[in-house]
Design a protein around this ligand. Sequence first.
Ligand code: BJW
Length: 243
Amino acid sequence: MNGHLVAALRGAKSVFVLTGSGISAESGLPTFRGVGGLWRTHRVEELASPEGFARDPILVWTWYNERKAAHERAQPNAGHLALGQLEMAFDDFTLATQNVDSLHLRAGSRKVLELHGSLREARCTNCTARRPLSAAGLPRDEIDHSCGGRWRPDIVWFGESLPHDVWQKAQEAAARADVILVVGTSAVVYPAAALATNYNRAAFVAEINPETTPISNRVACALRGPAAEVLPQIVDSSLRRRG
Ligand code: BJW
């Protein structure tokens, strides 16, 4: 374990964590861009953009329904659970996730900001109506809403803004943190990736990822391993030494 990271966590008052799809890899959910990633079999713009949804809503819902079913089958892994444990040790702790799989909440984390939405609900493209999604997602014959709009996943697609209040809180938490953990993200999707290194020059930033990313040369420490192995080690070492 990296002694500098453990020391930084031991002395920290404020901790910020940014997660991406890699943290759920060991729960059996594919990442987006890696080996076996979701974008290998589907074109991004067909599935994760308002234009793609307008063109073929059934294709988009088929993809999200498959993913929703996979989320329901998946269990939080040791990485999710370790972050839930870390949260309890700090008064000021924020976990911003790009994931829509709800696994952090199911692992017991409560101070969670979902930057890209979630697959728990659908919302109307035309009015403010919302509806919960069952484990099977949205039936294909229910895509049209009575107001004339369509039900869409409550997800942030390319070209869409992140929810304003969520984004504001995430920026503020990143800016005041003493330690920032960046876990399982390729750090290529903005503005989320900016939270890792752009809002705080003083924090101790650690990346947990088996691969290098565009931010790797800007972090204080890179732990190259799977999150489900590395995070429990970090949490055990730092909480033990905090007493
Ligand atoms: C492991 C592991 C293990 C494997 N343990 N790790 C500034 C610069 C450039 C572009 C832009 C910019 N600002 C905005 C843009 C445009 C765009 C963008 O970023 N494009 C880039 C891709 C070029 N951004 C947007 O459009 C955003 N909106 C926005 O900026 O609004 C303002 C605006 C409005 C109008 C015009 C312009 C701007 C919205 C972005 C929404 C992203 N949505 C998606 C899909 C929807 C959600 C869903 O369906 O789930 O979100 S894209 C997809 O990527 C998904 C993810 O949340 C996101 C991030 O991916 P993530 O999680 O990092 O996954 P991977 O696969 O990329 O990486 C996995 C990593 O895990 C790898 O590194 C592995 O090594 C690692 N790993 N196993 C630990 N066991």
